[in-house]
Design a protein around this ligand. Sequence first.
Ligand code: APR
Ligand code: PHB
Length: 404
Amino acid sequence: MENLKTKVAIIGSGPAGLLLGQLLYKAGIDHIIIEQRSAEYVAARIRAGILEQVSVDLLTQAGVDQNLNKFGLPHDGIEILSNGLKHRIDLSALTQGKQVTVYGQTEVTKDLMQARENAGLCSYYEAEGVQIHDFDSNPYVTFNHNHQQYRLACDFIAGCDGYHGVCRASVPQDKIKTFEKVYPFRWLGVLADVPPVSDELIYVQSERGFALCSMRSKTRSRYYLQVPLTDHVDEWSDERFWGELEKRLDDESRKSLIKGSSIEKSIAPLRSFVTEPMRFGKLFLAGDAAHIVPPTGAKGLNLAASDIAYLSSALIEFYLKDSTEGIDQYSEKCLKRVWKAERFSWWMTHLLHRFETESDFDHKIKQAELNYILDSKAGLTTLAENYVGLPYELKKFDDMQNLS
Ligand code: APR
Ligand code: PHB
């Protein structure tokens, strides 16, 4: 058994763990990342691709904004296609100039991994049998790596190990409450090296079900279709995919749709999930380990980033200012923002998807709600301010900048 010691043990090398590591490094706080998968696997995972301004600011603060500035696509608006009619939501005009940035989570992960490598920081990839212990008193983590057993003593454990991770599962049942909703359909996603159908994202509500036209760049498109739970990816040839997407679009978009071979195709479930609280003694949960949103609101990565904003500032405050205020408020502050994003993601999902079980009356009411939103300045503003991201307390960010 080899004994290691650090201040913060970070479990999981997804965007949450990597971003926390980078921010702690900038503040000079010792930490180690332990990840069960290989670095290649982590860097290749394909996920969503919309960053709120506050997430861009955090990546900038972490010093990993070079590629983001070069290749990220700032967007001032989105479109909602409903009943064959396109409505532009002018995000910037409705939110005093705020934007979102199209930049793939895969790229965010790669940039963070590269920054970590450049700084020579310690990560254990392909760690086996990761377990966390004694997080109420003197926490430590055990794992195997390259046939060697390790015991890592630490002050705190950051559980950034995603929905299926070991951290949340290690909390005694009577100390944790979870809230969950699973949706009765899934998203079939296709990535293709073809120019996007439009300069802006199009969220499509149609009688045949939801569709989303997104992108990764001006030459790479990302499209999604709502499909039944029973569908298998093998049943969806490229031809069938493009044919169904065309049927859900309006005439103009159909004409400008450029089809091509898929370079990735997968089906993902839609789930809303929240864990309360998000702190258990010296264990903090962050990102997908603590909550999941359906992708319709584009909030998954952004929520992970806001957890990390709170957690990094709390840890920096603890080590550099000897204050436990941030740590004590971590769970409450995160959950307040998390539930607002959960509500928005649920609402967008509910509004834009076709639910097999809804009655004709429910369907009409939903249509009226969408029409109201699209016709009302107040409705549009509500949608826009949630989409670009609700603000969070930035005071600690300034403190952190002074420290780094
Ligand atoms: N030990 C070590 N690492 C683990 C363990 C374990 N027992 N279990 C899981 N992991 C790793 C996973 O392999 C993964 O690399 O934890 C990492 C968690 O990363 P993500 O799932 O990407 O979660 P997170 O960093 O919170 O990012 C949230 O990802 O799913 C999207 O929509 C979500 O965009 C959001 C983002
Ligand atoms: C994506 O580009 O993958 C994407 C964009 C917006 C969403 C969900 C996914 O709401």
